[in-house]
Design a protein around this ligand. Structure first.
Ligand SMILES: Cc1cc2nc3c(=O)[nH]c(=O)nc-3n(C[C@H](O)[C@H](O)[C@H](O)COP(=O)(O)OP(=O)(O)OC[C@H]3O[C@@H](n4cnc5c(N)ncnc54)[C@H](O)[C@@H]3O)c2cc1C
Length: 328
């Protein structure tokens, strides 16, 4: 029992997808272990996101300050530390975003608490709570347990929990605004200009349908076929690493451990073997359709539907059928 604090990340006052995933994870833990979820926000002008969150639990704690307007590791760690010290939750749940990677270790160290980062999920074994995280570039899954007294900090990999599975509360929860209890000079860094992504950069993590191509596509001129399938399905084009390394598609299309992590409703893998480094980026997809001529290809282990065959024979009639179905 005890409280479970969910850190809801926001950007410019808007809740991110990671925020909902952290709330979903905390709600699941509360369901399995008992306890109450308290959602926490850090930043400035949090009114809108706090009331949005309040529909999904009975309490939101918003730590606000002008010095938290721009993200800094010092500021965010100090802000959350004061909430954690005050509430003494059992678990603090984060999504494993770039920001969390940056400040959560520092926060844990300042609390003399443990952090198990980048978890895929958890399971209960009698009274023990075991968190599962990948090691060695996803080659192995490690079972990790907390030792010692709470608070215990956990971050979950993107798409480990679905943001759209959050459960609304019976009535809107209470929003408690907390003034940040630290001096401005405790923030030792000053953010520079915001990093601007390359022109035309796509955020595949938000795509609902992705058609991803691998080396089985053989040549850059054949990408047109995948593009047509993506268009017919109303989706985005993604790729395995060798396709981006060869410059056939830009790097922002790469899916996997060194590319984007995606969780669309539909993921179509064309000529992708399904190496572990690729799988870690797409296994959160709801439905995976794999087309590969090798029946032993590891992609079939994570596929909901597998088609063993030559993509050049299968994809053109597939496009025609989709077009017909849409027209009819
Ligand atoms: C540190 C590190 C990080 C990495 N990060 C990533 C990453 O982020 N993303 C990533 O994708 N990879 C990553 N990799 C590379 C990864 O290990 C694989 O090498 C890569 O994913 C393989 O890409 P592929 O499936 O396109 O090619 P291959 O493994 O060569 O597979 C091609 C597949 O196409 C099939 N095929 C061939 N012709 C046809 C046809 N006509 N019709 C149907 N199927 C056909 C074959 O049967 C085969 O299964 C990383 C590797 C390392 C070491």
């Amino acid at each position: 029992m005890g409280e479970i604090l969910a850190y809801a990340e926001q950007s410019g006052g808007k809740l991110t997808r990671a925020a909902w995933e952290a709330v979903a994870a905390a709600q699941r833990l509360a369901e399995d272990a008992g306890g109450r979820v308290v959602m926490t926000l850090v930043g400035q002008d949090l009114h809108r996101s706090a009331s949005e969150l309040a529909a999904f639990g009975d309490e939101v704690v918003a730590v606000e300050s002008p010095s938290l307007g721009e993200y800094t590791a010092d500021g965010y760690a100090l802000a959350l530390r004061s909430v954690i010290e005050q509430r003494r939750p059992r678990w603090v749940v984060f999504s494993h975003t770039y920001q969390v990677r940056d400040f959560a270790p520092k926060l844990a160290a300042s609390l003399n608490a443990a952090l198990i980062s980048d978890c895929l999920g958890y399971r209960r074994q009698a009274d023990r709570w075991i968190f599962v995280r990948q090691v060695f570039q996803g080659k192995f899954n490690a079972d990790v347990e907390f030792d010692g007294d709470p608070p215990h900090l956990i971050s979950f990999q993107a798409a480990a929990f679905r943001g759209d599975s959050v459960v609304p509360g019976p009535a809107p929860g209470r929003v408690t605004a907390v003034a940040a209890a630290f001096a401005a000079d405790q923030i030792r860094t000053r953010p520079g200009e915001r990093f601007r992504e390359a022109k035309q950069a796509v955020d595949l993590s938000q795509a609902e349908v992705i058609v991803a191509v691998g080396r089985g596509i053989k040549a850059p001129e054949n990408l047109e076929l995948a593009r047509q399938l993506a268009e017919a399905l109303g989706g985005e084009l993604g790729a395995s690493r060798p396709i981006c390394d060869s410059g056939w598609l830009p790097m922002d299309r790469q899916i996997g451990s060194s590319g984007q992590t995606v969780a669309p409703k539909l993921y179509v893998a064309l000529g992708i073997s399904g190496a572990i480094q690729h799988q870690v980026g797409m296994k959160g997809s709801r439905t995976v359709v794999a087309i590969n001529k090798d029946p032993e290809a590891p992609i079939f282990e994570v596929a909901s539907y597998g088609v063993v065959g030559d993509l050049f024979e299968i994809v053109p009639p597939l496009i025609e059928e989709i077009k017909k179905a849409k027209a009819g």
